[in-house]
Design a protein around this ligand. Sequence first.
Ligand SMILES: *Cc1c(COP(=O)(O)O)cnc(C)c1O
Length: 393
Amino acid sequence: MTDTPRSIVRRTPWPDTVSRAVGTPLQPSVVYASESPDQLDAQYEGGQGYTYAREGHPNATVLAQKIDGLEGATAGIITGSGMAAISAGLIGALKAGDHVVAADQLYGRSLRLLTQDLPRLGIVADFADPTDIKAFSAAIRPQTRLILIEVVSNPTLRVADLEGIARVAKERGILLMVDNTFTTPRGLRPFEYGADIVVHSVTKILAGHSDVTLGYIAARDETLREAIRQAVVTWGMTPSPFDCWLAERGLYSFELRYDRAEQNAAALADHLASLSGVKQVLYPTHPDHPDHNRAGILLNGRGGHMVSFELHGGRAAANALTRAAPNIAFAPTLGDIGTTLSHPASSSHRALSEGERANLGISEGFFRISVGIEDIDLLKEEFEAAIKAAENV
Ligand SMILES: *Cc1c(COP(=O)(O)O)cnc(C)c1O
């Protein structure tokens, strides 16, 4: 039956079919019709069935369940960005008067959230080195309610003392929130170490194709999980169905991509270390990395897909390097299928003074590579040529 002019604005029923779609359907609907007020009541009471997409939709559910499986989590929530996940976790868990102890090398926007935005709501933070359990414990106060860390830091790839911090958090009754974006559940599963909350920027290697901005958050405790869910819905941190659909598609190949990128990263780190234009290479499992023992234990001897290195030269050498590698995207992100290169002094760490950057070991010749899944020989050639060009300025 075809639509007549009278009924054209009415939805045509989805065709019945005896076969089923193999690909995940994309459901952009903002609202879901219920049968009656009684049924709607039952939906709200039972928390079952979709009603309005800000409160949840099937593409987010499917994606969350897949990441839950990777993280060993229950009822994780997808958010509109990684920052939304971090914001939801902090807003859901904290109230005015609470204190946070956070790692001192967090993602830049997380630092900003803790130093600029949350203090306006009466939540304050102190920062400490998460590789030094004594210094980190010393920052804890009676009001400390939450600890926020990343296991591998950006861009110097320091490895936090996760076991020590988890022990202190448990002893003192403090929530431990871990941003697992860099390490990914393929590298480490924070819930197995006692984390209470795990967050991700799904934007990065989980989705993997630099075409979606999304986040993920999961909490161990059911009451906390519900508080976080309410924060996501009320503060409007909901993801778009299309982004969830794309991220799910990316996730199917996540483990293959991660393993290949990590294998490439380890080989590229070795190769960079052999080049005369390179002053130092930072890779967590290299024997000269300050945390290589901890990386061996926590990350099972696996180094991940990120490599940092420093040129002998300064800004002029850095400019020459990116110009001589036009096929490697010079872009401040990570986790894409292709290799990307970032320069912390002009991007993520530009707000710091030169002295503050020097304290972290970040010079004008410092680069971070998010290694992709290309042919490793191609990567070696491109970096070798670019580093030679940087040596000649
Ligand atoms: C990118 C990133 C974020 C923020 O994620 P968005 O999806 O960009 O909001 C948070 N933490 C880490 C470690 C990141 O790399």
